[in-house]
Ligand binder design. Structure first.
Ligand code: ADE
Length: 266
């Protein structure tokens, strides 16, 4: 995969040289280029922003430097249609499913806005060259897209073949099956009055798998009830359904439904 990031703060992206993503770049699994938007300006002051039409607070990023930068990165791979991701609190929400989808692309381009955002005409114009997707990390406001890009590139990059050493670790993590991950423990089994759940020391792999599944349901119901309602009940075993009934969830039309007045046990 090739990733291009355009920003007025290229140094902000330095952490992408570290750890798994840094290693993936060294190993040639990921080609990642960071571009300074100011190199695509033509005036003496390398201006990238101006006041908003219609008035209001703050500054808006000018269209032409963005068009120059995006044309330059699009030309790097002629014939393909890269996905242009515009981090913005006004975008669709980023999640694991989108990370998997984007990990299939040949080229991703990230446009890091600052100030009040980028002149909207850039988004319209860019559709000639790119599949454009404004994407939000969540319902809060950052100062710019750079931190969002760090998060998204890490989430996408670790899904590329060969980046995570043991691909099995991708299977059982939070959100891979629409649920939160079960809790994990390591030695010693007794620590400061806190014992590891005895089932994990039993050696009974069937029972352990069932317990972990139950913990996934319990955690998700407690912390993220929104994920429970969207869960596809078609994949549930009889033991799963019993565990869910104990947690106050019934299966209605192939979906989980919280029983009115149902409560979380234990
Ligand atoms: N830029 C500013 N806030 C953001 C957010 N919540 N997600 C993505 N990009 C952003």
């Amino acid at each position: 995969m090739r990733i291009d990031v355009v920003s007025i703060f290229p140094e902000y992206l330095a952490p992408l040289e570290l750890s798994l993503i840094g290693k993936a770049r060294q190993d040639g699994l990921l080609e990642l280029n960071v571009h300074d938007l100011r190199t695509f300006t033509t005036d003496k002051h390398r201006t990238v922003d101006d006041t908003p039409y219609g008035g209001g607070a703050g500054m808006v990023m000018k269209a032409e430097p963005w068009a120059q930068a995006l044309e330059s990165v699009a030309a790097a791979r002629e014939g393909s249609r890269p996905v242009l991701i515009v981090p913005s609190p006004a975008g669709e929400k980023f999640n694991q499913a989108l990370a998997y989808e984007l990990a299939e692309e040949e080229q991703l381009v990230f446009a890091c806005g600052r100030y009040e955002g980028i002149d909207e005409r850039v988004i319209d114009w860019a559709q000639e060259h790119f599949t454009v997707r404004p994407v939000s990390l969540g319902d809060y406001v950052l100062n710019g897209g750079e931190v969002a890009v760090l998060a998204m590139v890490e989430a996408i990059g670790r899904l590329l073949p060969g980046v995570v050493g043991n691909p099995e670790s991708l299977v059982e993590e939070s959100h891979s099956d629409g649920l939160l991950e079960y809790p994990v423990y390591t030695k010693p089994s007794a620590w400061r009055e806190h014992d590891v759940p005895p089932i994990l020391l039993s050696g009974n792999h069937g029972k352990i798998a069932q317990w972990r599944r139950h913990e996934q349901f319990r955690r998700t119901a407690e912390r993220r009830p929104d994920l429970m309602e969207g869960f596809d009940a078609g994949v549930l075993s009889r033991a799963d359904r019993q565990a869910l009934a104990d947690l106050g969830y019934d299966v209605v039309d192939g979906r989980l439904k919280a029983r009115p007045g149902g409560d979380i046990e234990n």
